[in-house]
Design a protein around this ligand. Sequence first.
Ligand code: PLP
Length: 358
Amino acid sequence: RVFNFSPGPAALPEEVLRTAAAEMLDWQGSGLSVMEMSHRGKEFMSIAAEAESLLRELLAVPANYRILFMQGGALAENAILPMNLLRGRASADYVDTGEWSKKSLAEARRYGGVNIVASGQDSGYTRIPDRADWRLDPQAAYVHICSNETIGGLQYPEYPDVGDVPLVADVSSDILSRPLDVSRFGALYGGAQKNIGPSGLTLVILREDLLGGALPCTPTAFDYKVVADNGSMYNTPPTYSWYIAGLVFKWLKAQGGVAEMARRNDAKAALLYGTLDASDFWLKPVAREHRSKMNVVFRLQDESLDEAFLAGAKARGLVQLKGHRVVGGMRASIYNAMPIEGVQALVDWMREFERSHG
Ligand code: PLP
């Protein structure tokens, strides 16, 4: 297998894939593949319950928070969330840190007022605006942030204090990569296809008192209260993705949980940024204090070498390193399932390439 630096769908732990393969035709003596099970049968109900309980344990989710296993990805959630959380308020506050938060706020505008309380646009989205400069509205329904901008490569090093207004975060690309205090948030949401499992599953972790009060236009299947009251089985959930997510959670726990993931992710990021910082051969657009530990964005000073760099990487089994078309250059996504050996192989290739072209 290659080292896959894809931003998502991303690499999964090999142990998880092996378990899924071994259980493919006959899940634990049931005579069925998980794909063939009724979501209401006792086999799948046990798979679902175990996944939720592992996630609760990994993130220490407080008892007054509900976990919803939904569909539609983070982009659908950008609409579903305001439909559910505006609750009669005139508007919500949004912090604009790049491509993904721009998408979030544009979608929310279809359902209510949006105040952009701070924007990284002036810096070319190379830094997160200082909290001191955010113009928050104390009457806002919620404050929305994108925890990790997967395309731009920016990440909140710590989460902002926003007073009594519920803080909402799109955590698609850094959930489970480091400890986080769920009780500081009104809601967290994210697509599964980076640190959780295959695409098709969207996780929402929501404070109970925010349930109810969805806008009348909200599709019943997307009303958080309906979803919560029905254990995420009002309609058929993405059963296979839910099962694989459970295997990933089990793997995470066996590795030592999110604290251990944070330690490994810090080491991987330090190795890669250290290599980039050692030379002007590589350009690093993002402000040092806001660099993402999940998506490392960089460029070659001489862009005419891009194709040669990527081709050489591919020949060494290092794939999916091309940056997003909006920012160009390179992006190495180093989520939980990327071992340090993969990052080591990448920096070895970078040093070799620099020696021959620098
Ligand atoms: N938000 C962030 C931070 C993302 O990284 C992505 C996808 O890469 C999305 C939203 C969109 O997610 P989805 O494709 O699951 O709708």
